[in-house]
Design a protein around this ligand. Sequence first.
Ligand SMILES: Nc1ncnc2c1ncn2[C@@H]1O[C@H](COP(=O)(O)OP(=O)(O)OP(=O)(O)O)[C@@H](O)[C@H]1O
Ligand SMILES: [Mg+2]
Length: 257
Amino acid sequence: MGKILAISNQKGGVGKTTTSVNLSSSLSYLGKKVLLIDIDYQANATTYMGINRANLKYTVADIFHERVSIHEVIQKVPSVNVDIIPARYELGTIEHSLISHSNKDYILSNAIEEVKDLYDYIIIDCPPSLGIVTINGLTASDSVIIPVQCEFLALDGLTQLLNTIRLIQNKQKFNNKKLNIEGVLLTMLDTRSNIGYEVINEVKTYFKEKVFKTIIPRNVKCSVAPSYGLPVTEFSPRSKGSISYQNLAKEVAKLNE
Ligand SMILES: Nc1ncnc2c1ncn2[C@@H]1O[C@H](COP(=O)(O)OP(=O)(O)OP(=O)(O)O)[C@@H](O)[C@H]1O
Ligand SMILES: [Mg+2]
């Protein structure tokens, strides 16, 4: 049965998508069957994985509109052995369309139920918000990975995310799940400046053993790889960014043995 992991932080640009894409590719190298679900209307995970958005017949928005079966939306990523449910700009209006839906928080959870036994891991790349789409992603998940950028104001707004997680835990009685925090992932560490190390101390004081041992360094290959439509683990396998994401995958796999 697949483990469902949301990658979430409502703060923008902290490395959610980079983590979703490279954790997916790295888990696949460990022989795991992985499905990556893009629920961000910016569709960055879709683009980072080299999917041409213009040619898509269906996207995750069709799942939210309950127009097609989830099976029809699943595609193969060209470069790695990972399946993907792509997103596109039309997801941007979904929050409005779902306002009066009676079971709006559970749409994704219900859809994933149909395929979860086909995968070892289902990774959900959440948007930088705490709206209905993110609530769907978290409600569908067994646990959440929270990427935190090693920069000034790193912990800003995290209380809101933690409150949202608590609210979802209270509601999840209805779909027999209990959302856990899988771990906090420190990202984009600049080893030449002190601020990054100060953030690491602050995050470890607050989240203690919930902080992943793997820390993702700032590495230019991570920011170049998406323009080639490749995970950094394919674009530059021996780069520091690639190796750190492969270490993260080993840590996640070990936690779930
Ligand atoms: N380890 C890294 N080293 C260097 N650049 C990185 C690293 N991780 C991510 N980036 C770059 O930082 C930017 C933000 O990363 P990413 O898109 O993963 O963040 P995000 O949290 O998904 O953003 P959003 O909130 O907009 O969805 C991107 O340009 C990405 O290429
Ligand atoms: Mg993103």
